[in-house]
Design a protein. Sequence first.
Length: 365
Amino acid sequence: MRPVKLIDKYLFRMLLTPLAYCFAAFTMIYVIYDLFDNLPDFVEGRTSFVNVVQFYVFLLPSVLTIIAPVSLMLSVLYSLSQLTKNNELTALRASGISLYRLMVPILVVGLLFSVAVGIVNETVGPWSSYWTHQFVSLQRHKGDMSAHVAANLAFKDEMHRRVWMIGEFDTQSFDLRRVDLTQQRPDGSDEFRILAQEARWLDGRWWFMDLVTTRYDRDGSPVGPPRFELRREMADLAEEPKDFVNEIKDPEFLSAVEILHFLRTHRSLSKDAVSRIRVDLHHRLAMPWTCLIVTMLGIPFGAQTGRKGALRGVVLALGLFFGYYFLVNVGLALGKKQSFDPWLAGWIPNLFFLGTGMVLLYRMR
């Protein structure tokens, strides 16, 4: 048992060293590529060097689904080609350890990367992606903060039967201006309506300023005179700033949990709209598992590169890698057109290449 553990440690070290170099290299390549794309906006907005560095630090969590898989793919190819070239893989197999057992440490690394990317993708990833998107938009507007203000925002919380009409919503400070809030009864009639000149998010709840409250009976007639107040704490409102932010975000800036919450609070969406949103949901759930799948694909090609030449293995493996992302885009396009069910559109690349990887692993000798 101890020799096997030593071999596992050796294989981990053989994989993790090139993985660190590949990860650093592809991170630098992505940053340089993105810098050339955004450099005119940074120059136009006179962005400081510190802010540019901050931008790329915040950008990295949102691009892990691209950098991590390709880094894993090439590091698996390199490490296994070295083992094959030096006949170490043959020697290990001759000692009685099966090839599949030898691949366990590599698959474990792929699995851990998938879990880590999935966690990042559901926590800081969507936030960092939206932050960088807003940052670039601000530079294009030369620092004009009005670029972060959404005008005429309508939000209907079907779960709590509330309809919001917001004149202006500041996505940075979360301040609301010209708020029109209507609370409805279960039968759809208006229970009361609040008009407020301003609303602020303080200490985890909304505070309305300069508000007028009018109550209605079930026939829609006012009940009593309107109530005027300078300030009121709205402790009974469950809506949070992120609900309004998510209303104006593209699905690419939402986590799977946020997408599900969006669907729960928008039950009146058309069937077509729900289907398109569910395609994005399944796509987001499927993407982190790319790390495990490309690791599985890289093993058979990496084991052959030492015998048949590194170029052949690298070309075949990278061809599969880019073929994976081609199939991702095809699945999304067909899913959006409702040619595929949402779950199939999101998971078909994983299912196809998972099957391919399992067949290739089975055929390894």
